[in-house]
Design a protein around this ligand. Structure first.
Ligand code: GLN
Length: 244
């Protein structure tokens, strides 16, 4: 078995260790003998997204998001949207999550028309939402606590075309108002969670890998790994945030 991962804009979208998500996905494949390739698609570099099983976008500052906007409008946005409609498993963090949405208006009034791949809009505020946070993810059947770090000016609002990724237990999530965190659509997971997200949330990492393998091979059994340290890191943060 093999999986091909595309890291979109590694040159522009990478905050607070976001790249660690790609490292985690690749490492968890290698430990199971699943062949894995990671290909970067920086600004100006065209790749065939249909060749990939997993797409990853990290977060970025407003200025960096602005740099890639032309390209997003000209061709990349349509290509990413097509891959998402085709079921590509996609993890998008913060600025990358916002850019998959319909629009992002920065706190100082710049209007960014985004990829329109997710039915969400984001509106910047002067006061940033910053800190460790956690949310509950119910999709796997038993509720799972996802821990991460958020730092965003934008409040994101979900349209009818997406569902929330999770329910905020501590911190702000999408907007600090409606209790939602992130967005789910087809095989896309959009979230505000930096940190990086996957090393301390191994169940989510495996969920993404399993989805990608099932899409490619029809079914997938993932050999379990020793996640003692990863689960201890998760539990430590869950306990700390629950007591704040
Ligand atoms: N620039 C965006 C915001 O401030 C995204 C920031 C990020 O990716 N951390 O909302």
């Amino acid at each position: 078995m093999e999986l091909n991962i595309c890291h979109l804009y590694p040159d522009l979208l990478n905050l607070y260790g976001d790249r660690g998500n790609v490292v985690t996905l690749a490492r968890r494949c290698e430990m199971r003998g699943i062949e894995v390739t990671v290909t970067g698609a920086p600004l100006g570099e065209r790749v065939n997204l249909a060749d990939f099983d997993l797409l990853f976008l990290g977060g970025g500052q407003d200025a960096e998001q602005g740099v890639l906007l032309d390209e997003l409008h000209n061709w990349r946005g349509a290509e990413v949207k097509a891959a998402i409609e085709d079921g590509a498993v996609t993890l998008a963090i913060c600025g990358g999550y916002q850019l998959l949405g319909r629009s992002y208006k920065t706190w100082d009034g710049k209007e960014m028309d985004c990829a329109g791949a997710l039915d969400v809009i984001s509106v910047g505020q002067k006061e940033r939402m910053i800190g460790d946070y956690m949310f509950q993810w119910d999709e796997p059947g038993a509720p799972i606590h996802i821990v991460g770090f958020e730092n965003h000016s934008a409040k994101t609002y979900l349209g009818n075309g997406v569902t929330p990724f999770g329910r905020v237990l501590a911190g702000h999530g999408n907007n600090g108002e409606d209790g939602t965190e992130g967005a789910r659509y087809h095989n896309v997971f959009g979230t505000y969670s930096h940190g990086p997200l996957l090393p301390k949330n191994p169940k989510l990492a495996d969920w993404l890998l399993r989805l990608a393998l099932e899409r490619k091979y029809g079914s997938a059994e993932l050999e379990s790994l020793d996640d003692t340290l990863e689960e201890a890191a998760n539990a430590f943060m869950v306990a700390r945030l629950a007591n704040e």
